[in-house]
Design a protein around this ligand. Structure first.
Ligand code: GTP
Ligand code: MG
Length: 195
């Protein structure tokens, strides 16, 4: 995939702030600190377009990145971050849900998980929700650079069992830091986006 340009187009907490056009979007959901923003940067070959942090809870708004003036990546706030109040969690939950339910541009929601850890019950709820809305249910198992390649399949199996995934090909090992599987994921995305 040739990225000619990529820009932050909008940061939103409610639908009236979403970009108003017909461009297709792929959104990324997952636990806080799992590497959603880093995934976006690595796919776009940008170091700091999506702001990342070693501390969870960095992305708190829905961030729309426009790419080649043709389609968008949508970075969602991470869930499951223990260090915030119930009120704050409820607010983020509502922001995410409103986007997922109302957004016509949305072509696919991709779940991002950390290959090192078994998905949580919140991941399972999110994944079941994705499937129930008719999306394919791709899972990016990121940070593979943190474990030896000999363990990838074992960990993918744990993810597969927890999320009850029939087709193991839906789980894609990935590394943002080592740029593992960038082109492979682009192949899938271009077909989702019809570009
Ligand atoms: P929130 O915005 O809080 O929801 O987090 P996020 O999911 O956007 O995570 P972010 O991309 O900010 O990354 C969190 C931390 O994980 C950062 O310190 C990243 O450098 C690190 N990280 C992300 N992806 C990878 C990866 O593929 N490999 C390694 N080794 N570290 C990664
Ligand atoms: Mg983030």
């Amino acid at each position: 995939m040739k990225i000619i340009k990529s820009d932050l187009q909008a940061m939103a907490v409610s639908p009236k702030q979403y970009p108003y056009d017909e461009l297709p979007e792929i959104a990324f959901a997952g636990r806080s600190n799992v590497g959603k923003s880093s995934f976006i940067n690595s796919m776009l070959n940008r170091n700091n377009l999506a702001r990342t942090s070693g501390k969870p809870g960095k992305t708190r708004t829905i961030n729309f990145y426009i790419i080649n003036d043709e389609f968008r990546f949508v970075d969602l706030p991470g869930y499951g971050y223990a260090q915030v109040s119930k009120a704050e969690k409820d607010k983020w939950g509502k922001i995410i849900e409103e986007y997922l339910i109302t957004r016509k541009n949305l072509k696919e929601i991709v779940l991002i998980v950390d290959i090192r850890h078994e998905p949580t019950s919140q991941d399972l709820i999110m994944y079941q929700w994705i499937r129930s809305y008719g999306f394919t249910g791709y899972v990016i198992a990121t940070k593979v650079d943190k474990i030896s390649k000999a363990n990838w399949q074992k960990n993918i199996k744990i993810i597969r069992n927890k999320l009850d995934i029939k087709d193991t090909n839906l789980i894609i090992p990935y590394s943002a830091s080592k740029k593992i599987n960038v082109e492979y994921v682009w192949d899938g995305f271009t077909s989702i986006l019809g570009i």
